[in-house]
Design a protein around this ligand. Structure first.
Ligand code: AMP
Ligand code: GLY
Length: 419
């Protein structure tokens, strides 16, 4: 099979690495890709979020399948354009990707599907929202539209609630409509399912680390590290998430004519009264995918191909024993203002039992240099979480660039839970 993968982050390097191991793969193209995907695929300088360019490339290269990494191409309608051209695509159409792009739409679907989630109200009038927030005291305020991770404020008292509504209202377009919801407490985990519109298969439960600093301190980021499996749910409980969250959501989307073919990612809060959905994403998580690809114990290509064609066999996926840990190494100044252009050394010295997935990295004539906030993810597998962590951190110690920083506690919560 000829496959075209869209995207250029660490997630895409991990997906390319996994797809490249498939005996069914004959050619792997990546648009636009990065120096990591270039090691296992052929990078093509085509803009992933421009539907016409993607369709033209897929036609020219006669690809059998397109796999979409990030949300931007989905929201831009790449899957719709490919469907119109008769090219199978792993990644939902724009109408279904709205489950990530609009918090209000996501909540509407959850309510209709009876998915457990925080109690909420949607507002279009800032004054009404403020009155409601003040009456509630503790509240979460979410801008409706995509806001690059800055659209969610958790307010713990009346004054903070008032300020949160004003801040979101002042965000302009994405803050015109906002969702106010109950504050939930518990462990946050990522539950992802491969979906073919109707059937699904659960990937192992994973956990991201969103704050920049150890102990979940400092500003939010795209994710500073992940591990899988996260030991907070057993197999039966994960299956229950499938039945109570994934299945009814797919059913509601299908009823609306939006067959969801791709990854449905539920960000869950494990509350005392059970798992509740904080948000949906319409794609693989980053950096969760890096560890999920290391844990997946079977060929990814037939799975995503079956999803894209609406022919997935609903079953339990084969998973490797033990656990995987991925530590994101970030640039100085990330997440506020990452510094670019630092030379990266030491990748040759990374031990063979670790795998490095490149993200914000650019190939210069004589060296790799940093070109983004999250520069790379260092991953390792082990017989258990403790060994996986040791290996990952031993490998991180080999990597060097000016101003690099990373969290030292990736997987620590999982270790604590398991002990
Ligand atoms: P979201 O983009 O909706 O996932 O929100 C970003 C972050 O805000 C989440 O990862 C949570 O840490 C936090 N958050 C969102 N909704 C809630 C909630 N209802 N209660 C507590 N924290 C929340
Ligand atoms: N790691 C969080 C996300 O991909 O949205």
């Amino acid at each position: 099979m000829k496959v075209l993968l869209l995207g250029s982050g660490g997630r895409e390097h991990a997906l390319a690495w996994k797809l490249a191991q498939s005996p069914r793969l004959t050619r792997l193209l990546c648009a636009p890709g990065n120096p990591g995907t270039a090691r296992v695929a052929t990078n093509v300088p085509v803009r992933a979020e421009v539907p016409d360019e993607v369709v033209a490339l897929a036609r020219r290269e006669a690809v059998d399948l397109v796999v979409v990494g990030p949300e931007a191409p989905l929201v831009a309608g790449v899957a719709d354009a490919l469907a119109a051209a008769g090219i199978p695509c792993f990644g939902p159409v724009a109408g279904a990707a709205l489950i990530e792009g609009s918090k209000a739409f996501a909540k509407e679907i959850m309510a209709e599907a009876g998915v457990p989630t925080a109690a909420f109200r949607t507002f279009t009038d800032a004054a009404e929202a403020e009155a409601y927030a003040v009456a509630q005291g503790r509240i979460v305020v979410k801008a409706d539209g995509l806001a690059a991770g800055k659209g969610v404020i958790v307010a713990h008292d009346v004054e903070a609630a008032r300020e949160a509504v004003r801040a979101v209202a002042a965000m302009g377009h994405s803050g015109q409509r906002m969702v106010l919801e109950e504050v939930l407490e518990g462990e946050e985990v990522s539950a992802m399912a491969l979906c073919d519109g109707e059937r699904y298969a659960m990937l192992p439960l994973s956990q991201d680390h969103k704050r920049v600093g150890d102990g979940d301190t400092g500003p939010n980021t795209g994710g500073m590290g992940a591990y899988a499996p996260a030991p907070f749910l057993d197999a039966a409980q994960l299956a229950q998430v499938g039945e109570q969250v994934i299945a009814p959501t797919l059913a509601v989307l299908r009823r609306r004519g939006l067959g969801f073919r791709g990854v449905l990612y539920a960000g869950l809060m494990l509350t005392r009264s059970g798992p509740k959905v904080l948000e949906f994403n319409a794609r693989f998580g980053d950096p969760e995918t890096q560890v999920l690809m290391m844990q997946l114990g079977e060929d990814l290509l037939p799975l995503v191909d079956a999803c894209a064609r609406g022919q997935l066999e609903a079953r339990t996926l084969a998973v490797a024993p033990g656990a995987s840990v991925g530590v994101v190494v970030a640039a100085e100044g990330y997440p506020e203002a990452p510094r670019k252009g630092q030379r990266i050394d030491g990748l040759d010295a990374v031990p063979a039992d670790a795998t490095v997935f490149l993200a914000g990295v650019e190939q210069r004539a004589d060296a790799l240099v940093t070109s983004g906030g999250r520069v790379l993810t260092v991953c390792a597998r082990g017989e258990d979480l403790a060994r996986a962590r040791e290996r990952a951190y031993a490998a991180v110690a080999a990597v060097r660039f000016d101003g690099m920083h990373f969290r030292r506690d990736i997987g620590a919560k999982g270790l604590k839970a398991a002990s």
